[in-house]
Design a protein around this ligand. Structure first.
Ligand SMILES: NC(=O)c1ccc[n+]([C@@H]2O[C@H](COP(=O)([O-])OP(=O)(O)OC[C@H]3O[C@@H](n4cnc5c(N)ncnc54)[C@H](OP(=O)(O)O)[C@@H]3O)[C@@H](O)[C@H]2O)c1
Length: 292
C-alpha cells in the first residue's frame, strides 16, 4: 500500500477560518491603529515596542505587547517604523522571526528591496493611504496599496484589507515612485495649494487664520463635488464657465509666484473641460494661460 501523503501547509495559510498571527513592529501612530483595527476583527495581533514606555503605551491601548514566543510564532511581521529604520529592523527580524514568516513594510516610498534579500521569506508592502495622527484613528473607508511577489502573502494582505474595509490598489514595484508621488500630490500638496490660496486672500487684506477658516469649507465642498460627480463634472470656477476676462483679472491681481501656480493648475482644469467649451473660448483661454 502506498504511504499516506502528508499535506504540507503553507506557513501563511492557517487552518480554514483562522487568521495568521501578526506581529506589529513599532507601537506608534500607524502601528497602533493597525493593531487596534486588526484586533477588533479578531486577528491575533501583538505589538513589539523597543522600550518599557512603548510597551506601557501599547497596554494602555488595550493591545498585547509581543513576547519572544509571539515573535517566533508570528506568520507576518508588519513594520510600522520610520522609513530610515526599515532596513535595520528587517535585518534584526530576519534573525528572530520563525521560518517562512513574511516581512511587510508600511512605507509608501520604499521598495521591497528595503527589506533585504528574501532568503525564503515572502516580502511585501501594505501602505494605507490615510493620514493617521493617533492610534485610535479609524482606517476604514480608505485605500491601501499592496505590493508583493508572493501569492500566499498577497492573499493574507488582501484579506486584511477587506476586513479593515480598505480598498486595495495593487502597485507594481517598478512604478512605486509614481504611485507615491500621486499620493503626496493629493495630500501634502493639497496643503501646499491651500497655502497659496491663503496667500492670495492675504493679498486682498484678509488675515491668515480668517482666510483658512473661510477656504476650508470651500475646499471640502469641492472635494464633495469630485466625490459625487468625478473630476471633470466636479470642477467649478471661471475656466469651466469659459470666462476669459475673469481669468485675466485673476492673473493680473496675483503676485508672480501665486499667478504661476494659478496658471499651471488652470491649464490642467482647461484640459478637463476642453470638450465642453466652444473652440474660440478654448483657444483664448489656452493663449492666456500660456502667456508669461
Ligand atoms: N501615520 C500615517 O499616517 C502613515 C500612513 C501610511 C504609512 N505610514 C508609514 O508607517 C510608518 C510609521 O509611521 P508612523 O506615522 O506610525 O510613525 P510614528 O508614530 O513615529 O511611529 C513609529 C514607531 O516606530 C518605532 N520606532 C521609532 N524609531 C525606531 C527605530 N529607529 N527603530 C525601530 N523602531 C523605531 C517607535 O515605536 P516603539 O516606541 O513602540 O518602538 C515609533 O513609535 C512609516 O513608514 C510611515 O511612512 C504612516
Amino acid at each position: 500500500m502506498a504511504p499516506a501523503r502528508r499535506s504540507v501547509r503553507n506557513p501563511l495559510s492557517p487552518p480554514r477560518g483562522q487568521r495568521p498571527k501578526i506581529v506589529i513592529i513599532g507601537g506608534g501612530r500607524l502601528g497602533g491603529a493597525l493593531a487596534l483595527s486588526l484586533s477588533a476583527q479578531r486577528w491575533p495581533v501583538s505589538v513589539l515596542s523597543r522600550t518599557e514606555e512603548g510597551r506601557r503605551r501599547v497596554r494602555s491601548l488595550g493591545l498585547k505587547p509581543a513576547t519572544p514566543k509571539e515573535l517566533a510564532e508570528a506568520r507576518v511581521a508588519l513594520l510600522c517604523v520610520p522609513e530610515k529604520a526599515v532596513p535595520e529592523v528587517a535585518r534584526e527580524l530576519a534573525r528572530t522571526l520563525g521560518r517562512g514568516a513574511a516581512l511587510v513594510h508600511c512605507a509608501g516610498a520604499l521598495s521591497l528591496k528595503a527589506l533585504g534579500a528574501p532568503r525564503g521569506r515572502p516580502l511585501g508592502s501594505f501602505h494605507p493611504l490615510c493620514a493617521v495622527s493617533d492610534p485610535r484613528d479609524s482606517l476604514a473607508g480608505n485605500a491601501v496599496a499592496i505590493s508583493t511577489r508572493s501569492r500566499p502573502l498577497k492573499a493574507v494582505l488582501r484579506r486584511m484589507a477587506r476586513e479593515l474595509e480598505l480598498q486595495v490598489l495593487e502597485v507594481p514595484e517598478a512604478r512605486r515612485a509614481a504611485y507615491h508621488a500621486g499620493a503626496v500630490l493629493s495630500a501634502g500638496c493639497a496643503v501646499a495649494l491651500m497655502s497659496v490660496a491663503v496667500e492670495a486672500l492675504g493679498h486682498a487684506g484678509i488675515a491668515e487664520d480668517e482666510a483658512l477658516a473661510a477656504l476650508l469649507p470651500l475646499m471640502r465642498s469641492s472635494v464633495r463635488g469630485m466625490a459625487s460627480r468625478g473630476l471633470a463634472n466636479g470642477l467649478t470656477g471661471p475656466v469651466v464657465r469659459g470666462d476669459t476676462a475673469v481669468v485675466a483679472a485673476h492673473l493680473a491681481a496675483l503676485p508672480p509666484e501665486v499667478a504661476e501656480i494659478y496658471r499651471l493648475l488652470s491649464r490642467r482644469a482647461l484640459r478637463l473641460v476642453a470638450p465642453r467649451l466652444p473652440p474660440e473660448v478654448l483657444a483664448d483661454l489656452t493663449k492666456l494661460l500660456s502667456e508669461r
